[in-house]
Design a protein around this ligand. Structure first.
Ligand code: ADP
Ligand code: MG
Length: 386
């Protein structure tokens, strides 16, 4: 589906639920993380890419202080409230991502008006492709523009921070900022190297098509939300390891620091963070040297580290990663937070069908839910469509 088609669905949702025409339609992309997993909240580096799949938000300014939000997702109940009650403890469920973003924008001094908002998305929800940040980013940009703010780099950084606050403080999910940053700052045709300590970004052209390669996303259809508590536990492990090492950011740990920790679990968590940042740097170096076809082993190494040291994989992820490699993928790894969600495989374009078939067959043989297969290209950041 194109972004415009998604926008049309959001407009139809606004018409049917809130009866009216939008002042504008904004879209924001989902993302897939090439490498650099579970490092964003540790001040590390990651290399995600925006997808062409987007959340569209059709938005209309109101004359009063009411806020109404709906989604074309059948499980999402419409939300109605006022500008004064969108904060922590006041909104629950899916609407927290959107309403919470409006709350955080107000906290940051944006004069958010009353709004009718309707969203529609083809980013699969809870699949590790960041439907949540795409929702936040589309809503954030729409509200800021309808509040009279000019779209500029400075505004986008403010929106990133508002979206992170919404997810951390209103939804209560421990996101580290990678997803919001790529949704708002991605450049079409490139991946985005993010230095999560200061949210500095650099576009990195992957050159996949030129090398005859494709990035395949394998959605295990196992919802990662089931393991929410695990995410918080990993963050707590990292905070504790950093404290014991006397570091502000665990990404500043060295390989020697790993041995200084006495708890084997904290050692393993730290080893993941240290080696994952190294792998990101090596991938960026290879890609910039025109050697993207050689990053496969680094993707494989990331998966092993996430599975064994960070313990955030799942049997479904391990099975599809193994099957993809056996069918000729140059490298494969889980992507996103883990415990389900999606894996990626770097493949030769000519192998796409064979790898897809092998992955599905492996899941069938193991009696696992059959996965969804997507070939992805890099899309643009959040933007106004009309
Ligand atoms: P991911 O971001 O990887 O898709 P999350 O668990 O972070 O997974 O976010 C998924 C949640 O975001 C959904 O369960 C839902 O509450 C909310 N969400 C995202 N997009 C939409 C949408 N278009 N409509 C309703 N809810 C949405
Ligand atoms: Mg998310």
């Amino acid at each position: 589906m194109t972004a415009q088609e998604q926008a049309d669905l959001a407009v139809a949702e606004l018409r049917s639920t809130w009866a009216g025409e939008p002042d504008g339609v904004w879209t924001a992309p989902g993302r897939v993380n090439l490498i650099g997993e579970h490092v964003d909240y540790n001040g590390g580096r990651c290399l995600p890419m925006a997808l062409t799949r987007v959340t569209a938000a059709a938005v209309r300014r109101r004359d009063d202080d009411r806020v109404r939000i709906s989604s074309s997702d059948p499980d999402a109940e419409p939300f109605e409230g006022t500008l004064a009650d969108l904060g922590p403890g006041e909104v629950s469920g899916w609407a927290g991502y959107a309403a919470g973003t409006l709350w955080a924008l107000q906290q940051a001094g944006v004069d958010v008006p009353g709004l009718d908002v309707s969203v529609s998305s083809d980013v699969p929800l809870g699949a590790g492709l960041s439907s949540s940040a795409s929702l936040e980013a589309a809503v954030a940009l729409s509200a800021a523009e309808l509040a009279g703010r000019n779209d500029a780099a400075e505004l986008r950084h403010l929106l990133i921070q508002a979206a992170i606050r919404a997810e951390n403080e209103v939804v209560g999910a421990g996101t580290g900022g990678m997803d919001q940053t790529v949704a708002l700052l991605a450049e079409e045709g490139s991946a985005l190297l993010i230095h999560t300590r200061d949210f500095r970004t650099e576009p990195v052209q992957l050159g996949l098509a030129e090398a005859g390669l494709e990035l395949m996303v394998i959605d295990t259809r196992v919802k990662h939300t089931l393991a929410d508590g695990q995410y918080a536990k990993r963050r707590a492990d990292c905070d504790e390891a950093a404290r014991q090492l006397g570091l502000e950011w665990l990404s500043d740990a060295t390989p020697a620091d790993v041995d200084r920790l006495s708890d084997p679990r904290l050692q393993a968590r730290t080893r993941h963070v240290v080696t994952e940042n190294q792998r990101v740097d090596e991938v960026v170096e290879l890609v910039r040297a025109g050697r993207v076809a050689e990053i496969g082993p680094l993707l494989d190494g990331s998966h092993t580290s996430l599975r064994d040291d960070y313990e955030v994989s799942a049997v479904e992820l391990d099975v599809v990663v193994e099957a993809a490699r056996a069918a000729g993928a140059l490298g494969a790894r889980m992507t996103g937070g883990g415990f389900g969600g999606s894996a990626i495989a770097l493949i030769r374009a000519a192998d796409a069908e064979a790898v897809g078939a092998a992955v599905v067959a492996a899941c069938r043989e193991r009696e696992l839910t059959l996965p969804g297969i997507l070939t992805v290209t890099s899309g643009p950041a959040a933007r106004r469509l009309s």
